[in-house]
Design a binder for this molecule. Structure first.
Ligand code: ACO
Length: 328
């Protein structure tokens, strides 16, 4: 079985910045409330005509450039997203087209905010079995397109973005040390987009009124589950890797809410300076959060060759997971 070697990362972020002050003009909220309850100060919002595949392709080009690879050297493109451009073709196929690659494996992974960590397990399988040698994995979402901009309980939380990671097969030890994943579909109703799928299709306008294609969330419930499950996932992935929190150079938790990040870091028992936080600048970018954070941490020199990093994710489904990796 082949192991995984990490080559390079990249980010694709929209130019438009939406600040808390901007939100105060749209809904009844305040910078104080948003900062105190979430830690978010601003987020990026996709521009007109900019969709998930555009942000994804931007992140991919940067990662390819840094890896010193041409797009035609990729064997597979996997996009973790819950906000695809279309129900089909998949976002991965659109990225393949944008990169000008004629033939690769291409498909999307749907696990909401946990998608990138789920995607790591999928790519690990492609590489281990020899189905693909060099793989582009993207975490990307444009939740702003599925946000109710009159609901102050959700619209302050989300931002748009994409992050890319290129991996290749190695005969040496794998740099992906462990992945721990789980889900609880029984609690799916606490965080969902009721309309727009095959149950309540948008093609029937009367359905869209009762079942709008926007995020509905029981915030307090989601908060509780996020903290519990992220701690569980983190400890489980560390145990599978035969490591302890003390071995980590950096913990990268899903960036949904500063209070969730702080609660997880405290329970995992890892000092503040080894916990990555960028939620204040980007909000919750769903599947893009952990990979954009890793890309930023690498650019800032907070992760270097040989360092151990853990990514932790939690999202709709409910889904959750964590991965321990050694940066190559
Ligand atoms: N501005 C001002 N007041 C607000 C706002 C706002 N933006 N939003 C809610 N309020 C009010 C409420 O109306 C309520 O007022 P009331 O007491 O008069 O009824 C009060 O603030 C408290 O509201 P709560 O919902 O109880 O506030 P809470 O402390 O739970 O914070 C929040 C809400 C920030 C959403 C929190 O529950 C949370 O972060 N939950 C987790 C969300 C999350 O992580 N989601 C994504 C994870 S999964 C994924 O990534 C897709």
């Amino acid at each position: 079985m082949k192991g995984v070697r990490f080559l390079a990362t990249g980010s694709g972020l929209p130019a438009k910045v939406l600040t808390n002050a901007d939100l105060c003009k749209i809904v009844d909220t305040s910078d104080e409330w948003i900062t105190e309850r979430t830690g978010i100060k601003e987020r990026r919002i996709a521009g007109p005509g900019e969709a998930t595949s555009d942000l994804s392709a931007r992140a991919a080009r940067i990662a390819l450039d840094r890896a010193g690879l041409r797009a035609d050297q990729l064997d597979a493109i996997v996009v973790a997203t819950c906000t695809p451009d279309h129900l089909f073709p998949s976002t991965a196929c659109l990225v393949q087209k944008a990169l000008g690659v004629p033939h690769t494996i291409a498909f999307d992974v749907s696990a909401a905010c946990s998608g990138f960590v789920y995607g790591l397990a999928v790519v690990n399988g492609l590489i281990a079995t020899g189905a693909a040698k060099t793989v582009l994995l993207i975490g990307a979402d444009t939740l702003s397109r599925f946000t109710d901009w009159t609901d102050r309980g959700t619209c302050v939380l989300f931002g748009d973005g994409a992050g890319a990671l290129i991996m290749t097969a190695t005969d040496g030890p794998s740099d992906l040390l462990s992945v721990a994943l789980s889900a609880d579909g029984g609690k799916g109703d606490i965080l969902k987009i009721p309309g727009g799928g095959s149950r309540h299709p948008l093609a029937k306008p009367e359905e869209a009124v009762s079942f709008p294609p926007v995020i509905k969330m029981e915030g307090k419930e989601v908060f509780k589950h996020a903290v519990t499950r992220m701690i569980e996932a983190s400890l489980s992935a560390l145990e599978r890797a035969g490591r302890t929190p003390g071995d980590l150079t950096l913990l990268i938790p899903h960036q949904a809410n500063l209070r969730i990040i702080d609660a997880v870091a405290k329970r995992v028992n890892i000092p503040d300076e080894r916990v990555f936080r960028n939620v204040s600048k980007f909000g919750n970018m769903s599947a893009a959060t952990t990979i954009v954070a890793l890309d930023q941490a690498l650019s800032e020199g907070r992760v270097k060759s040989g360092d151990l990093v853990e990514l932790i994710a939690f999202g709709a489904g409910l889904t959750w997971g964590a991965a321990v990796l050694r940066w190559s």
